[in-house]
Design a protein around this ligand. Structure first.
Ligand code: NAD
Ligand code: USQ
Length: 397
């Protein structure tokens, strides 16, 4: 099938583009390279030496003979060009990764909050409106987040895959209704994903668009079989206080002997998935779209859950590096349980890479190999959720 990968230059989008191309799909990446621009703004760089988009595509062609197209286009700002692209290319499906995805970046300033809302919500709406305008039956797979549910849900009932059945009391007795799980975002970034959900529900109902929303946990790891083929295809690895996610940050910190930056007690429980499973999940979602007229299909795209302090203790025990309990720059529950339904992908054949299998390889092949590229001044998270909150001093001078 012909697939547009929106945000196909990013951490999840690049390996997905290669995977889809590898299994025979005709892939076109659409990306405005804003993530690379934010690296320049923050004066940081991927730990891994990522190559420019043109070179990535040339190397893939050289190694496999397969073409990947590239269109440099801003989804939020260039509606007409995007709408024309759908008419010109007539894709069968769109995978939408093209949003500003860092919670700390989204909270660092008023400017960043406004950018994140404008970029993500306008971009998602433009994609939907352009599909309708094209008149074509284009299936949409969007990358959402586990964070739409929030972390206030505890107890033995697992977080369902998108929808919750509730009893509504009426004078004539209780009636049952299925509703979208209540949204409880923890950052402006996560807020955009909850707003996206309403856009999708409306367009599925009003225009019969076929939409899948993947509520993904924190992605860890770097390489997939395709990105590992040649160093010039390497995937990005973010380790800085805004874009680095917790497990990859701890691996990189251990590789340079930096104390592990646990926020608060580390009692936050989060959901995780390896990048190799992300790309498989996208393939499975593309192969199992909803029918026209169906409600939005939601999958929880997670394979394991861990507490942050469990991850720190594990990596500390493997490497001997210290654990530092820092003031938490975020407004979030200090301790939470997390019980997540994750049956749908497993039923469709996902065979996950678990932390116990992938951790040493990740540490050796990426964190240690590229440790010399790390800038230690960029490690501490300095974006605070509101004015009264503390940031931590640098732990390594
Ligand atoms: P990323 O920042 O590495 O990639 C996003 C890509 O989208 C970048 O290449 C960027 O240039 C592009 N982009 C952003 N705004 C755009 C616009 N207006 N027009 C065109 N291109 C635009 O992020 P990622 O880690 O690959 O995440 C991809 C998606 O998956 C995001 O929507 C994110 O919310 C979701 N997600 C990521 C994780 C994770 O741990 N990385 C976890 C859950 C969900
Ligand atoms: N944390 C630390 N120390 C660190 C970094 C993070 O203790 O050095 C803690 C945070 O306080 C938080 C948890 O680890 O409690 C997770 O933080 P994170 O930065 O790894 O992940 P998060 O901000 O939630 O965002 C990431 C992606 C986002 C995606 C989300 C999935 O950047 O795009 O949507 O994971 S989820 O968390 O399931 O919502």
């Amino acid at each position: 099938m012909k697939v547009l990968v929106l945000g196909g230059d990013g951490f999840c989008g690049w390996p997905t583009s290669l995977h889809l191309s590898d299994i025979g799909h005709d892939v076109i990446v659409v990306d405005n390279l804003s993530r690379r621009a934010i690296d320049l703004e923050l004066e940081v760089d991927s730990l891994t030496p990522i190559r420019p988009m043109g070179e990535r595509i040339r190397v893939w062609k050289e190694l496999t003979g397969k073409d990947i197209g590239f269109v440099n286009l801003d989804l939020a700002e260039e509606y007409d060009r995007f709408a024309q692209l759908l008419i010109d290319e007539q894709p069968d499906a769109i995978v939408h990764f093209g949003e500003q995805r860092a919670a700390p970046y989204s909270m660092r300033s008023t400017k960043a909050k406004r950018y994140t809302i404008d970029n993500n919500v306008r971009g998602a709406h433009n994609v939907l409106a352009a599909i309708v305008e094209s008149g074509k039956d284009i299936a949409l797979v969007h990358l959402g987040t586990m964070g739409v549910y929030g972390y206030g849900w505890s107890g033995s009932a697992p977080i369902p895959e998108g929808y919750l059945t509730v009893k509504v009391p009426t004078p004539d007795g209780d009636i049952e209704r299925e509703i979208l799980h209540p949204a409880n975002p923890g950052s402006v970034y996560h807020l955009t994903k909850t707003l996206d959900q309403l856009l999708f529900a409306f367009y599925a109902k009003n225009d019969n668009l076929r939409i899948t929303d993947l509520h993904q946990g924190i992605v860890w790891g770097t390489q997939t079989p395709q990105t590992a083929l040649d160093e010039r295809l390497i995937n990005r690895f973010d380790y800085d206080g805004d874009y680095g996610t917790v497990l990859n940050r701890f691996l990189m910190q251990a590789a340079i002997g930096h104390p592990l930056t646990v926020h608060g007690t580390g009692g936050q429980t989060r959901a995780f998935i390896h990048i190799r499973d992300t790309v498989r999940c996208i393939q499975i979602a593309l192969e199992n779209p909803p029918a026209a007229g169906d409600q939005v299909k939601v999958f929880n795209q997670v394979t394991e859950t861990y507490r942050v302090r469990e991850l720190a203790e594990l990596i500390s025990s493997l490497t001997g590096v210290d654990v530092a309990n820092l003031p938490n720059p975020r407004k979030e529950a200090a301790e939470n349980d997390l019980n997540v339904s994750r049956d749908k992908f497993q039923a469709l054949g996902l065979n996950p890479t678990l932390l116990s299998e992938g951790l040493l390889e990740e540490s050796r092949d990426i964190a240690q190999k590229y440790a010399g590229r790390a800038d230690t001044t960029k490690i501490i998270a300095r974006s605070v959720w509101n004015k009264g909150m503390e940031t931590s001093p640098d732990l390594v001078k």
